[in-house]
Design a protein around this ligand. Structure first.
Ligand SMILES: Cc1cc2nc3c(=O)[nH]c(=O)nc-3n(C[C@H](O)[C@H](O)[C@H](O)COP(=O)(O)O)c2cc1C
Length: 214
């Protein structure tokens, strides 16, 4: 059951909508505000996003990843560099990501070029993760076929032995990617399907803002 607070927030956002004045000229503060509101609404994993990548010849694939940071440089997530998405991004370094904050009737779509985060940034994030997740990241050859679940447990046991009584070191095949935002669209659900859609497109150091038909 939805909490009364969430029901009230949902109604208020739908009523208020998203207007140009409210959105401003720079999408970052708006994204930051929407993200904070999704957190405040106590949504489950408000940082989950569908990430689309494609092979060099344009075959798309998508999956959910977690947004772990954002600023003017872009949106950061962490993964295996040799995973399917990692291999696609090395070949074709562009991505699209979509976040859905359903109870707030909000969607955000981002597109842009992707680069790896610096080693120091990836090291710092890896070090902040629980030990079990660190071991898992080292043990799992993400996206590769494995014979069975036992094979994974065996790998975990091996890795635990290697790092017994010392810090787990970030494997070079695991790290972060940053999507440099080239376009970002904010979608706010409204009555009678007359939703608000504002799209920002980077133009040098500035942004152009357009309203799109729903
Ligand atoms: C809620 C949720 C969060 C996830 N977060 C991540 C993540 O941050 N990084 C990641 O590599 N995989 C994450 N996954 C797993 C991916 O969806 C996917 O299975 C995995 O990255 C392999 O994808 P690929 O084979 O297309 O590279 C998450 C899955 C779910 C359902």
């Amino acid at each position: 059951m939805e909490s009364p607070d969430l029901a009230r927030m949902r109604l208020e956002y739908a009523r208020a909508g998203l207007d140009e004045q409210d959105a401003g000229d720079d999408p970052l503060p708006l994204f930051s505000r929407w993200f904070d509101e999704a957190v405040a609404a106590d949504l489950h994993e408000p940082n989950a996003m569908a990430l689309a990548t494609a092979t060099h010849d344009g075959r798309p694939s998508s999956r959910i990843v977690l947004l772990k940071g954002f600023d003017a440089r872009g949106l950061v997530f962490y993964t295996g560099y040799e995973s399917r998405k990692g291999r696609e991004l090395e070949d074709n370094p562009r991505a699209a990501a979509t976040m859905l904050w359903h109870p707030l009737q909000r969607q955000v779509r981002v597109e842009g070029a992707v680069t790896r985060v610096d080693d120091s940034e990836a090291d710092a994030y890896f070090a902040s993760r629980p030990r079990g997740s660190q071991i898992g990241a080292v043990a799992s050859p993400q996206s590769r076929p494995i014979p069975d679940r036992q094979a994974l447990h065996d790998r975990v046991t091996e890795v635990e032995l290697v790092f017994a009584e010392r810090e787990v070191v970030r494997p070079p095949v695991w790290g972060g990617y940053r999507i440099a935002v080239e376009t970002i669209e904010f979608w706010q659900g409204r009555e009678s399907r007359l939703h608000d859609r504002l799209r920002f497109t980077r133009a040098g150091d500035d942004w152009t803002r357009e309203r799109l038909a729903p």
